[in-house]
Design a protein around this ligand. Structure first.
Ligand code: HEM
Ligand code: HEM
Ligand code: SF4
Ligand code: SF4
Length: 413
């Protein structure tokens, strides 16, 4: 019988198998042979044999490396240390072949050769090296212009959709914003000093291809302020079947404008009389449904920027949360000063008030939206109420009523 009968089974399906890949690598790298051995052993014992955690770092950086050790180092010496290095990815994940080969060569030299490009965090993940190899590997990468990413209780490497590089819907330059914010918050990225992790993610439009609304403490999602641009002739071409919905990628071959577009608009703000499509843009919530279906007929407006949302994360202290709106519209032009200032204020308030392992969204749940808005210098907006008419985040204080009695008005007329 082979050494890894249970892993072997995983190779038999019709899908590509990591076992096959790891076996190929194991022919060159003893660590990878041990990795397969330990995984098989875990399947047999029905427990993990990884010891979790510990901090490892490189000179000047407290962040970027995730320490891992085996609890069976005698049996699997290649896994005695098996640290993961997180490398900051380029904005939009664009590489030349040369750059990819360079990364692979460095990792073959200093690590296990096993890597994972752009998992749920976005970064390049180099899986498995020894403590001794961390510094030389870091230096080799740095000399080629690659920095390590954020990990631990630090700001994580920001990530973005490809935005204007390949997508006509982008309402701002996501790649520029992501790069600029990464530079701005270098210190926070590499020196963990936060209660827990903090993520920025940038999507160019409400389609939200990087899932910023679900995964980022600060989600920056492109949006337009004015009206959706309509080309009525193209709408008719969709209705007549000359143009294919979603560029041919839809569930139907020919669009029924009433049934497929108008009736499915979540705010019911569209109408179609058989020849003209009308949109009541004041009611549109920018869901992208109609634009996605008819990209040649409908386009986002021209007054573009981003909505800033806050608070999403996977369940740790509270349950999973989605981000909610804190700034309905922000201009997103270089040098992104407004976003930088807001980001810095948010991190400062959270660092001062957050408990260990409390994400910023959880802190807002604990202390209230009012405290948050006041501390970071934001005016409350209707959008920052989580469930309209039932559970506002915003509570008025006694002083507000006193100020009102003295003539202060809170509604801008
Ligand atoms: C060699 C072994 C391992 C490697 C390379 C590894 C790698 C990773 C990486 C790269 C992340 C993302 C980290 C982050 O975003 O902070 C992660 C997250 C996580 N890992 Fe592991 N891991 C290993 C072992 C384990 C073990 C043994 C456990 C549980 C017993 C575990 C549980 C988790 C959990 C719960 C998260 C999510 C943490 C969060 O998002 O807050 N991992 N792991
Ligand atoms: C049957 C086996 C496996 C399954 C089903 C599986 C599944 C997954 C899935 C669904 C993700 C999230 C991907 C994403 O969001 O882009 C992920 C991420 C990841 N996986 Fe696996 N995986 C398997 C085996 C492995 C092995 C053997 C390793 C390492 C030797 C590994 C290392 C990772 C790492 C490092 C990440 C990225 C974590 C992060 O960036 O937060 N996985 N895996
Ligand atoms: S989020 Fe919008 S702009 Fe970014 S890639 Fe997706 S569709 Fe394009
Ligand atoms: S973007 Fe969504 S809400 Fe706005 S008009 Fe289109 S379908 Fe309706």
């Amino acid at each position: 019988m082979s050494d890894t009968p249970m892993l072997d089974q995983l190779e038999t399906g019709p899908w590509p198998s990591f076992v096959k890949d790891l076996k190929r690598k194991a022919a060159q790298k003893p660590q990878v042979k041990d990795l397969l051995g330990q995984l098989e052993r875990s399947y047999r014992d029905k427990i993990t044999h990884w010891k979790h955690g510990g901090i490892v770092g490189v000179l000047g950086y407290g962040s970027g490396i995730i320490g891992r050790y085996s609890d069976l180092p005698d049996e699997f010496p290649g896994l005695e240390h098996f640290h993961t290095m997180r490398i900051n990815h380029p904005s939009g994940w664009f590489y030349t072949t040369e750059a990819l080969r360079m990364l692979c060569d460095i990792w073959d030299q200093y690590g296990s050769g096993v890597l994972n490009m752009h998992g749920s965090t976005g970064d390049i993940i180099f899986l498995g090296t020894t403590t001794d190899n961390l510094e030389p590997c870091f230096q080799a990468l740095a000399h080629k212009g690659f920095d390590i990413g954020g990990s631990g209780s630090a700001m994580r490497s920001p990530s973005c959709c490809c935005g204007p590089a390949r997508c006509e819907w982008s309402c701002y330059d996501t790649m520029e914003a992501c790069y600029d914010i990464t530079q701005e918050f270098q210190f926070e990225l590499h020196r963990p000093g936060f209660p827990y992790k903090f993520k920025f993610k940038f999507s160019g439009c409400p389609n939200d291809c990087v899932a910023a609304v679900a995964r980022a403490d600060c989600s920056v999602i492109g949006v337009w302020k004015d009206d959706i641009r309509i080309d009525q002739a193209a709408v008719k071409a969709y209705a007549g079947g000359e143009l294919k919905p979603k560029g041919g990628g839809a569930h139907v071959d020919k669009l029924d404008i009433q049934k497929d577009v108008v009736d499915l608009c979540p705010t019911q703000c569209m109408s179609w009389d058989g020849s003209t499509l009308k949109i009541n843009d004041r009611e549109c919530n920018h869901c992208m449904h109609c634009i996605n279906l008819m990209p040649q007929a409908l386009r986002p407006g021209t007054e573009k920027g981003a909505t800033i949302l806050l608070g999403s994360h996977a369940p740790i202290l509270e349950g999973a949360q989605m981000s909610w709106v804190i700034v309905p519209f922000m201009e997103m032009e270089k040098p992104f000063d407004e976003l930088k200032e807001l980001g810095a204020n948010i991190m400062e308030w959270w660092t001062e008030n957050g408990k260990n392992r409390e994400r910023v969204g959880e802190l807002i749940l604990r202390l209230g939206m009012r405290e948050f808005c006041k501390a970071v210098g934001l005016d409350p907006v209707p959008q920052s109420i989580k469930w309209p008419r039932c559970n506002p985040f915003f509570f008025w204080h006694a002083e507000d009523f006193e100020a009102e009695a003295e003539g202060k008005t809170y509604i801008k007329l």
